[in-house]
Design a protein around this ligand. Structure first.
Ligand code: CMC
Length: 431
């Protein structure tokens, strides 16, 4: 830790305690309270939702929510979305540097070598009802991978870590595509290793049993960009889950499976599905955005404007800006006219001018426009959150690896107990 000469002092019952301040490379300060319970005889902190709590030091992603800045390993998200491809960004996130041409080629070759899953996995998929949500199928299959690859990874061996990383990056797109194909009633199929990572994924999703798959550069590029924008976002709910599960020294695949479940919720990755469902509902209802704005502001109504607001961004989510631009371009390129895009733009304009949203600094987030692009690429709505998972996979891997290499202690928060104090046991006849 980079300790400063500055300290923070805390006074409890007239007694003063000093705590050191640590400073990050972007000049962010944090009070290091590691010794708090010890020196104060058991006093702890309480911070539901961890709104003020840093859980770790990390060198992967920098996010400044006030200014709307997002960088992976120091590189601006805008540059990466425009100039890099998804595998390059995955390599950068996981290993810390942009790959050379040779490193990238080797990475892709090593991932391709792992792009098969045991045929018995198909029997597990057979056991799911067709109606199963693909996020549930995906998290189950990711856990099941352990059964087919049981040896644990020695995290101190660079080679073993590298192989485990290639294994999950190779198999995850297959599982994601299969979760969709099961639901769509299509035979489970493999892709084509001669294609790029994203192109191959699209082939695995959409190749019809009797037809050829034809690559569409507009679709491949748009999906590549979306995956880059989702690739990491520092200590969000699913990433923190991956780190905390991994901190018990549980393996990479099961930690990622836990992250998939955390991502599924509508306040996190599940928002992309919820946004399109909301926009559709507004359309069905006659397109009256004002009515839905009023619902979102009504404290007695649980409805929230999905795709708006963010725990960290109190300014435009930079990912949303890129996605909005790209939605216009992709829809035009593909010749798609989606009426919900107009509803989304109208809703955004109203919300940005509305005092309730202005006061709370609620801006569109990454999920507000992503569903519109997914839909124009032919991806069905229940696959939106699995697409987020596919994009977030490199981030989860990078964060898990960092946590293990830094030998972080097991995650185990404290609580303030508010239940009954000691009670004498009552035998069943006396209750
Ligand atoms: N619609 C209406 N009101 C909202 C919304 C919204 N989307 N988001 C926040 N608020 C209000 C909230 O009611 C509260 O008002 P008050 O101060 O009067 O009680 C205030 O704004 C602060 O909200 P909060 O719930 O305390 O903020 P949070 O940091 O705990 O929650 C959030 C962040 C993303 C869960 C929340 O903004 C939300 O539910 N948004 C909708 C779901 C969504 O789009 N999620 C995707 C997040 S981005 C993708 C990802 O990285 O996961």
């Amino acid at each position: 830790m980079n300790y400063m000469s500055r300290t923070a002092s805390l006074e409890i019952d007239g007694k003063k305690y000093e705590f050191p301040l640590v400073k990050g490379t972007e000049n962010e300060y944090a009070i290091d309270i590691k010794t708090l319970r010890g020196v104060t005889n058991g006093i702890t902190t309480i911070d539901p939702g961890y709104k003020n709590t840093g859980s770790c030091e990390s060198a992967i992603t920098f996010l400044n929510g006030e200014e709307g800045v997002l960088r992976y390993r120091g590189y601006a998200i805008e540059d990466l979305a425009e100039k890099a491809d998804f595998l390059e960004v995955a390599y950068l996130l996981i290993f810390g540097e942009l790959p050379t041409k040779e490193e990238l080629e080797k990475f892709h070759t090593d991932i391709k070598a792992q792009s098969h899953v045991d045929e018995d996995v198909k029997k597990i998929i057979d056991g799911f009802p067709k109606s199963a949500h693909p996020m549930g199928v995906l998290s189950s299959l990711t856990s099941a991978l352990v059964a087919f690859n049981p040896s644990s990874v020695n995290v101190d061996s660079e080679e073993e870590m590298y192989n485990a990383i290639c294994r999950i990056l190779g198999k995850f797109p297959v599982l994601t595509a299969w979760a969709y194909r099961k639901r769509a009633g299509l035979p489970l199929d493999y892709g084509d290793d001669s294609l790029g990572y994203v192109d191959n994924f699209l082939k695995m999703m959409f190749k019809k049993p009797s037809g050829e798959y034809t690559s569409n550069k507009v679709i491949v590029d748009a999906l590549d960009k979306l995956l880059i924008l989702h690739a990491d976002h520092e200590q969000n709910c699913s990433t923190s889950t991956v780190r905390i599960v991994g901190s018990s020294q549980a393996g990479l695949f099961v930690s990622i499976s836990a992250g998939i479940n955390a991502l599924w919720g509508p306040l996190h990755g599940g928002a992309n599905q919820a946004v399109i469902e909301m926009l559709e509902a507004i359309k069905e209802d006659g397109g009256d955005t004002k009515k839905f704005m009023a619902k979102a502001k009504d404290k007695s109504d649980p409805f929230r404007l999905m795709g708006f607001g963010h725990r960290v961004y109190k300014n435009f989510d930079p990912r949303a800006k890129i996605i909005k631009k790209s939605a216009d371009a992709v829809l035009e390129d593909l010749g798609v006219d989606d009426p919900v895009l107009d509803i989304a733009k109208g809703l955004e304009k109203e919300a940005l001018e509305d005092q309730y949203f202005v006061d709370r600094r609620l801006y569109p987030n990454v999920d507000f426009y992503s569903g519109i692009i997914y839909r124009s690429l032919g991806i069905p709505v229940e696959m939106f959150t699995p697409m987020f998972a596919l994009g977030r996979l490199p981030g989860w891997i990078a964060q898990w690896r960092e946590m293990r290499l830094r030998k972080e202690p097991i995650g185990r928060p404290r609580q303030v107990y508010i239940g009954e104090t000691y009670r004498e046991f009552k035998p069943i006849g006396k209750r």
